[in-house]
Ligand binder design. Sequence first.
Ligand SMILES: *[C@@H]1O[C@H](CO)[C@@H](O)[C@H](O)[C@H]1NC(C)=O
Ligand SMILES: *[C@@H]1O[C@H](CO)[C@@H](O)[C@H](O)[C@H]1NC(C)=O
Length: 169
Amino acid sequence: MHSFGFRANAVVTFAVTILAVVCAMASLSDNFNVPSPTAGVKVLNINWFQKQPNGNDEVSLTLNISADLQSLFTWNTKQVFVFVTAEYETPQNALNQVSLWDGIIPSKEHAQFSIHTTNKYRFVDQASHNNLRGKDFNLTLHWHIMPKTGKMSADKIVLTGYHLPNEYR
Ligand SMILES: *[C@@H]1O[C@H](CO)[C@@H](O)[C@H](O)[C@H]1NC(C)=O
Ligand SMILES: *[C@@H]1O[C@H](CO)[C@@H](O)[C@H](O)[C@H]1NC(C)=O
């Protein structure tokens, strides 16, 4: 007959083993989680498009930003920082990146959203004059995943084929 103490000890050992296996599986599942985020941005309106007194072009847009980033969330995700940039080429720079909007997604429940907004940050071409008229640009949804433990990771979805008008309005 085993003593009560021995059996209790065996039960605790077994429980600790199970816990270790579950933790290892959770950790593996995080590494093997293949996220499949989706995003779409529609330019609903060009509110105005002007040359500023200093010569820089500026445009105001109304956007519909929709995304489903639920698959980025695992047991190890603290929050996700998300931002949309306008990206375009100019003779001066191969890549100009202007941040238009950002947000923090605190949980998986908030990771599927559709936001109707004007650009939160100014869409100004800093580089030179008349750069934005007739400009083709991309809208890129970037995200940074802040984990509970481990390294931050980042990725993006590039949406192509946007175009600014040839004339100010
Ligand atoms: C924004 O886009 C989403 C997804 O395409 C759509 O369901 C929603 O109706 C759109 N909202 C506006 C104001 O266009
Ligand atoms: C838009 O994105 C595509 C695909 O990544 C890229 O080939 C193209 O150069 C980009 N266009 C601009 C204007 O940055």
